[in-house]
Design a protein around this ligand. Structure first.
Ligand code: C5P
Length: 211
């Protein structure tokens, strides 16, 4: 079922609105991804854990020791997935993995908001480094996923695709390398990260059902 593959990005909304949306979607999606709300309300992790899985998209990028300290704290809070930037390097990704406990470490390759020349080549190189570091999965656009899916070791890794824009949602917003849910699934995505097409909808549950 597609809904088991949906991670809802709960960006730029109040705690109240965020919990209202999460409550309405909890039976229909894999879980919830948070970032900016953490700077206002860290207990949102515990609140969301009661409703589903929690993906903390902090895209860590620092020296290995600093990244591993943050990962350890988030892991102790029971988050299911934590993101790091693959461009932080193999040692940084390894350090994150060492302190991750039961949390999965997901390496972000090239941001989908970038109009990147040679995106495929860059994503391929970063994905290879992420594999070498032993992370649990990667984030890339569905365009590059077709290329990296050919690496045999990638089979056992989680492949997560953001910048999903269904045909009924006209805005690309700040995203450049967008894709429809269908294209992302055909390219081999395990999970689709979807934010504004759901959260900006008048009825987020209807939007998920439509997806
Ligand atoms: O609202 P929208 O569907 O564009 O949200 C996409 C989400 O995926 C955002 O939370 C964004 O931070 C995240 N993301 C992304 N591109 C990446 C990695 C994460 O858009 N490469």
């Amino acid at each position: 079922m597609l809904s088991n593959k949906i991670i809802v990005a709960l960006d730029g909304i109040t705690t109240e609105k965020l919990l209202e949306i999460a409550n309405s979607l909890k039976e229909y999606v894999w879980g919830f991804k948070v970032n900016d709300i953490l700077y206002e309300n860290l207990s949102i992790i515990d609140q969301l854990k009661k409703l589903g899985r929690v993906f903390v998209d902090v895209k860590l990028h620092d020296i290995p020791n600093t990244v591993s300290n943050t990962v350890r704290r988030l892991s102790l809070k029971g988050v299911d997935m934590i993101t790091v930037h693959a461009s932080g390097g193999i040692d940084m990704m390894k350090a994150a993995k060492e302190k991750a406990g039961d949390s999965k470490i997901i390496a972000v390759t090239v941001l989908t908001s970038l109009r990147s020349l040679n995106a495929e080549k860059k994503v391929l190189r970063l994905a290879e480094e992420a594999l070498e570091a032993g992370v649990d999965g990667i984030v890339c656009s569905s365009h590059e996923l077709q290329v990296i899916s050919k690496i045999p070791e990638m089979k056992s890794k989680l492949k997560i695709v953001p910048a999903i824009r269904p045909s009924w949602y006209a805005e690309a917003d700040d995203q450049i390398r967008t894709t429809t849910p269908k294209e992302a699934i055909s390219a081999g995505a395990d999970y689709l990260v979807i934010g504004r097409p759901i959260t900006q909808s008048e009825n987020p549950l209807e939007a998920v059902k439509r997806l």
